[in-house]
Structures are given as structure tokens and as C-alpha cells.
Design a protein around this ligand. Sequence first.
Ligand code: PNS
Length: 162
Amino acid sequence: MRKVLVPGTFDPITNGHLEVVERASRLFDQVVVAVALSQKKNGRGTLFSLDERVELARLVTAQLGNVEVMPFEGLLVDFAERQGACAFVKGLRATTDFEYEFQMAALNYRQAPQLETVFVTASPGNTYISSSIVKELASMGGSVEGMVPPIVEEALRAKLAR
Ligand code: PNS
């Protein structure tokens, strides 16, 4: 049984992330969407709390039978080993993602060479989507329809109205 992790901050989960999760769920037996607490302590620096990010990811992946969502803290490779995963699946939108992802893949390989990093490319309609862009747009009252699932759109509206 091949289990993989789709790791990220997911603040919040977008249609771009969902595409990566869906592709991973077709390629592998089991997929864990691994939601990082965040680089900063106690989730400060994220718009949504860890619980909120996990909950939104669960809601929008509920229809995918071999996908589960779990929070993690600390090193990704340690979480992968605890989960018995064999690889990470990450999305590439453009060459601008490559440098950072290449560095992360090398760092993770250095720590745990038995864990592969597998990249899937975003489909043309999703290449411009990022959580940061979605948050910026939503915070200025712009529409993020089609960039995130409707339930995430609603959560953004509720969060930013406060
Ligand atoms: O959605 P993001 O921000 O691109 O996700 C980055 C993430 C969470 C995958 C990455 O920061 C991560 O793996 N964090 C856990 C800590 C870790 O293992 N860092 C890599 C080696 S320093």
C-alpha cells in the first residue's frame, strides 16, 4: 500500500491545492493532507488557525475516499515516518515555484533519502492561484470565486468581516 503526504500550510486550501490532492489520490492508495502548524509559533502569521485550516481541508476533500487530513508540528520527514508514508506530493505552478521546492526536496532528501518528492504540475487554469493571492484579493473585497471552493469563500468572508 502506497501512502503519500501532500504537505502545506493551507491558509486556506485553494482549488490549486485540491487539484494536487485529487491527482495524488488517483496515483496512490492513500493520501494524507498534512497541515503544518506553521513556521511561526502557535499559528501566528496565518489567517486561519490550525484547527480551521484542517477543518476546511477536511470539508473540501470529504468526497475523496482515500484522503484524510491531519495536522502536524515539527519536521515533515518525522511526520512522514510516523505515518509510514513513502513520498511527498507537491504542486508546481510555474518556474518560480521550482527554486523553493527544489530546495525543500533537497533538504527533505538529506534528512530521509528513502522518502521521494513527487511533483505534479498545475493545470493551466490553476497556475495563478495561491493562498496569499486569495487572501489579498478577499481582504480588499475582490471576488475569489473559482479560486477556492465555495465553503472556503464563505470562511474567508466570515473571517475578514471580523
Ligand atoms: O504551503 P507551504 O507554505 O508551501 O508549505 C510549506 C511546508 C509546510 C510544506 C514546509 O514549510 C514544511 O515542510 N514545514 C515543516 C517543517 C520542515 O520539515 N521544514 C523543512 C526542512 S527545514
